[in-house]
Ligand binder design. Structure first.
Ligand code: PMP
Length: 324
């Protein structure tokens, strides 16, 4: 085998799963896209990412309608016309999860497979694909090195770039191109030994992490999170706010300045992968006493129970794919 053959085969790992593409279940290794396609060359692929949980009633997707609504918003913002209605998208996700037992996550993508020259494609045909898999077993474990699984983060506050800029690409669009600037920012934080970076908006106020939303808790126990205009509308963010409302815990969507961040009693990040993740230091300054605080720990526990179908009040947040 030549070096180039080896490189190509390692780009296509042998994972025993199928990916739903335009109605067909395609073997994992065959779910490829041309190098010159518009979505590869211009970053125009939009996606959404949701969690799957084992329950007594079979696998369940957490807040599927909300994720699909956001997926449609991403597509609309970028100008991709989805070829499926809501029922079609829902059916595709359920079919992909049913075909891939043990899947823990679903990534749904919409992209322009056409090989193009200009930034505006001559062929605007959009393809939809749904992958249901186990991120750790199917992807991370296949790499030569694995990251440590951290349960609390030491973060760095972005100082070089104000890269959450609604006037360039709305932060509400989960489009591939929107992740390049955060990739560079997070890599800089990683080089300095931090777990994560906090991105700022055009005014230098807090926005979010590259794949998480941000919450602070003040000394009175009130939660604060940057306003919806500055951030991706995280499903976990929304769920945390709805749980707070249900439980009578005060919260506010408002501007979070760097000063307010450093003064916070607790700070945590939310996301489909992160769940509710405590931040224990920012720029090496401890948050509170430098350990996860009581509000963060309570919400983490509560969110875990809800996603696993253990709270009847929020059972409607799960879609049971075997019954859908
Ligand atoms: N912000 C960004 C930019 C993200 O990519 C994500 C991950 N989807 C989040 C926040 C968290 O959103 P969610 O809770 O829906 O996973």
């Amino acid at each position: 085998m030549s070096a180039s053959d080896r490189r190509i085969s390692s780009d296509r790992p042998q994972v025993d799963r199928t990916i739903w593409i335009d109605g067909a279940l395609v073997p994992w290794a065959d779910a490829t896209l041309h190098l010159l396609s518009h979505s590869v060359q211009r970053g125009s692929l939009v996606f959404d990412y949701m969690s799957v949980h084992p329950t007594a009633r079979g696998p369940a997707v957490f807040r599927l309608p909300e994720h699909l609504a956001r997926f449609r918003i991403s597509a609309d913002l970028v100008g991709l016309v989805l070829p499926l209605d809501d029922a079609g998208l829902r059916g595709a996700v359920c079919a992909a999860v049913r075909a891939n037992p043990g899947a823990k996550a679903v990534k749904i993508s919409a992209y322009l497979p056409s090989i193009e020259v200009d930034v505006v494609p001559l062929d605007p045909t959009v393809r939809v694909a749904v992958a249901a898999y186990d991120p750790w077993a199917d992807i991370i474990a296949t790499k030569a090195v694995q990251p440590e699984r951290r349960t609390e983060y030491r973060v760095w506050l972005e100082k070089q770039r104000r890269n959450r800029r609604p006037d360039i690409i709305e932060p509400q669009a989960k489009v591939a191109a929107n992740y390049v600037s955060p990739m560079m920012a997070k890599a800089r934080a990683r080089e300095r030994g931090y777990d994560e970076i906090l991105l700022v908006d055009a005014d230098g106020n807090l926005a979010e992490g590259p794949t998480t939303n941000l919450f602070t808790v003040d000394a009175e126990g009130t939660l604060h999170t940057p306003t919806a205009g500055q951030v991706l509308h995280g499903v976990t963010r929304r769920s945390v706010m709805e749980l707070c409302k249900h439980d009578g815990r005060p919260f506010r969507e408002e501007t979070v300045t760097p000063e307010a961040l450093f003064a916070a009693a607790e700070v945590f990040l939310t996301g489909t992968t992160a769940n509710v993740l405590p931040v224990v230091s920012i720029d090496d300054r401890p948050v509170g006493d430098g350990t996860p605080g009581p509000v963060t720990r309570a919400l983490r526990h509560r969110f875990h129970a809800v996603t696993h179908g253990e709270d009847p009040a929020f059972a409607h947040w799960l879609t049971y794919v075997d019954e859908a």
